[in-house]
Design a protein around this ligand. Structure first.
Ligand code: MN3
Length: 203
């Protein structure tokens, strides 16, 4: 039987100030060390509660704990992807197989970009580029909180956090400028790696 591991906060893959001026060191520090850590802690304590309830046979708090696993687990996983998707050497546009797939699934890069930015403008949570293994295609998904609007079975390969804690300190209510700034730091090499890893297990 596979042994499951306790959730852990992964270190940022770059310095806290590495994405300036697009995302400030202050925001990355709060966002990673406080917010993301909070989801890791929340996931761990919800899992402990589930285990205690299974052991005692008292399931009276299990419904809430299950909701906490989903909320905090999605928060943990999406933040981990969000950090990996960015780099101080990012920006530009995708190339290679990922670029070809975006063109074939969305008509053009511009078609994908406009749709993703619309998802990011409208979401109360996240904009995601996902691979849908049922339809065998890339899709954009608009997510509220961390999990509302999720497409079951789909694998996120690019994640943009548009919770207010992600941009308000740097941009105030101007979410559009933050979305533009995110495009200056997208690490397309990482997105291509995420895509290749996922698609290779389905196609
Ligand atoms: Mn966040």
């Amino acid at each position: 039987m596979a042994e499951h591991s306790n959730p852990e906060l992964p270190p940022l893959p770059y310095d806290y100030t590495a994405l300036e001026p697009h995302i400030s060191g202050q925001v990355l520090t709060w966002h990673h060390d406080t917010h993301h850590q909070g989801y890791v802690n929340g996931l761990e304590s919800a899992e402990e509660e589930l285990a205690e309830n299974r052991a005692s046979g008292d399931f009276s708090t299990t419904g809430g704990a299950l909701a906490n696993v989903t909320h905090n687990g999605c928060g943990h996983y999406l933040h981990t992807l969000f950090w990996e998707n960015m780099s101080p050497d990012g920006g530009g546009t995708p190339d290679g197989e990922l670029a070809a797939r975006i063109e074939s699934d969305f008509g053009s890069y511009e078609g994908w970009e406009g749709e993703f930015q619309a998802a990011a403008s409208a979401a109360s949570g996240w904009a995601l580029l996902v691979y849908d293994p049922v339809a065998k295609q890339l899709r954009n998904v608009k997510v509220d909180r961390h999990d509302q609007g999720a497409l079951w079975g789909a694998h996120p390969v690019l994640a943009l956090d548009v919770w207010e804690h992600s941009y308000y300190y740097d941009y105030g209510p101007d979410r559009g400028s933050f979305i533009d700034a995110f495009f200056e730091v997208i690490d397309w090499n990482n997105v291509a790696e995420q895509y290749t890893q996922v698609v290779s297990s389905y196609e």
